[in-house]
Design a protein around this ligand. Structure first.
Ligand code: 5FX
Length: 504
């Protein structure tokens, strides 16, 4: 108990797909308490796999809303049992899987203001949801609603300019439209709190939607003090502030301490990019979101499906299944790969929508194979050039102060990171992001406490651990890649036009 002896702190929550997590972070920004509840293991009665139910159609994916509530009860009870001193919590904030939606039933706000501190939340909220199985981000059952929404606003690009993304099945507007169309009674009985939206999108989704929503607020806004339920049951101070929650991706950006011009590259099974954007250029790919730590700016998200999946395949095929041979191939080949370029998408890529392997010689001739070491460099250079090109397509620009923050399995390979530094012409740092959404939520709670004083987020988190420098650009790298990047982009367009049918 001594290790979480009373000290002023903020709590960060992460309601993610597979678990609910909490961290407590003290004023020196040390994480001194953490816990999690795993839905599959700790809440067996809900029968989820990976925290979700995949329905028979293979497209509909939901999670029981009361499972999330019960997980919150379990964590809070455990904290209480461990002697956690809730009276020291100055503020809390949190994140949730993006696009997962909860449908409060008309009358729920009355229940919420009269909760009994003697009972657990999940016992009292049983009847408070008009939809008990919440659609989550893995759902892809709303293609009809997506096409309708795009048609209603004048096309996919028009929708992206308006909202930051073309229509995607998992996005909440399309999920609400589906609920309205398939279950109008549940929709009618739903009350949703506080946001303001694009009128044309609202009307395209469902009638009277704005009444169920309210005005959006900057992410560092204090939305109120904690409910008396938590004060009485757990001993929170009545002055404990609740700072607006956000999505898990924006919360991770905060947890990684991204700053203006920075880019986070997660090198996992698939690769994901978070970008700090000043002037976004919404496109048909990727998503532009509000920036969670600077209300004037934006963030963007790009997903690349063929990440470690391809790196591992090419390692097995061209480096005898050995990462050290793979690294040796990168070290023994030159930046720019003698002009040889490759595209490796064994599964249909998201960014861009291309499938197959495509190799080109320095003279732009399509070739069927490369020598092993050239193949390896073509893969890694190609993966990072694609990231830079598509990031720039959304308005991202590398700045003199740009840092690249690398995470995920492949970020342990220094030779891969060297190529990343060379292609972007910026230093690469590595950082541990195991808890980034949760820790980012606690940082954002501190930011919320300071928000009235206009202190920037970077100042609030300056004591937090810094990422470690792993690679700096090789001299001459920018000349090599500035020549090669337009070449790669042109070839990508060529493959796209060869593999796609005529536009509809
Ligand atoms: C982003 O748009 C996504 O759908 C996912 O990253 C979810 O946020 C994961 F929870």
């Amino acid at each position: 108990m001594a290790e979480h002896a009373a000290r002023p702190c903020c709590l960060g929550w992460d309601f993610s797909t597979q678990q609910v997590k909490v961290v407590a972070v003290d004023a020196e920004l040390n994480v001194f308490y953490e816990d999690s509840v795993n839905f599959d293991k700790d809440l067996l009665e809900f029968g989820t796999q990976g925290g979700v139910h995949v329905h028979e159609d293979g497209l509909t994916v939901t999670s029981p809303v009361l499972m999330w509530v019960q997980a919150l009860d379990i964590i809070l009870e455990r904290m209480k049992a461990s002697g956690f001193d809730f009276s020291q919590v100055l503020a809390l904030s949190g994140a949730g899987q993006q696009h997962g939606s909860v449908y409060w039933k008309a009358g729920a706000s009355r229940v919420l203001t009269s909760l009994s501190p003697d009972l657990l939340l999940h016992k009292q909220l049983q009847a408070c949801f008009s939809i008990r199985d919440s659609p989550v981000w893995m759902d892809s059952s709303t293609t009809v609603q997506c096409r309708r929404l795009e048609a209603a606003v004048g096309g996919a690009q028009a929708l992206s300019c308006l909202t930051g993304s073309r229509a995607y099945e998992r996005f909440t507007g399309n999920q609400i439209a589906k609920i309205y169309q398939q279950n109008p009674e549940a929709y009618a009985h739903t009350e949703i709190q506080d946001k303001v939206w694009s009128q044309v999108c609202l009307h395209a989704c469902a009638p009277h939607l704005e009444e169920k929503l309210g005005s959006p607020v900057p992410s560092c806004s204090v939305v109120g003090a904690i409910s008396s339920y938590f004060v009485q049951r757990y001993g929170f101070s009545p002055g404990c502030k609740v700072v607006a929650f956000t999505g898990d991706n924006p919360a991770s950006l905060a947890g990684m301490k991204l700053e203006e011009g920075d880019i986070a590259v997660s090198l996992g099974t698939s690769d994901t990019l978070f970008l700090w954007l000043q002037e976004p250029m919404p496109a048909l790919e990727g998503h532009v979101f509000c920036n969670p730590v600077d209300a004037q700016h934006y963030m963007a998200l790009l997903c690349f499906k063929n990440g470690s999946l391809m790196r591992e395949k090419i390692r097995d095929e061209s480096a005898s299944c050995s990462w050290s041979d793979f690294s040796e191939a990168l070290r023994s080949t030159e930046m720019g790969n003698g002009g040889n370029l490759g595209f490796y998408f064994d599964v249909m890529e998201i960014t861009p929508e291309i499938t197959g392997r495509h190799r080109f010689s320095a003279e732009n001739h399509q070739v069927s194979a490369f020598p092993g070491a050239v193949e390896i460099r073509a893969l890694i250079e190609g993966q990072f050039m694609a990231k830079r090109i598509h990031a720039e397509g959304l308005g991202y620009r590398v700045m003199p102060k740009t840092k690249i923050l690398a995470t995920g399995g492949a970020s342990h390979n220094r030779d891969i990171l060297q190529v990343l530094a060379d292609v972007f012409g910026a230093p690469v740092y590595v950082t541990n992001t195991a808890n980034s959404a949760c820790v980012g939520s606690a940082y954002r709670a501190f930011h919320g406490l300071a928000a009235g004083t206009d202190v920037p987020f970077s100042e609030v988190v300056k004591l937090a651990p810094n990422p470690r420098l792993a690679a700096t650009p090789t001299p001459g790298a920018s000349q090599v890649y500035e020549a090669l990047l337009p070449q790669y982009a042109k070839l990508e367009q060529r493959i796209l036009s060869q593999t796609q049918g005529p536009p509809e």
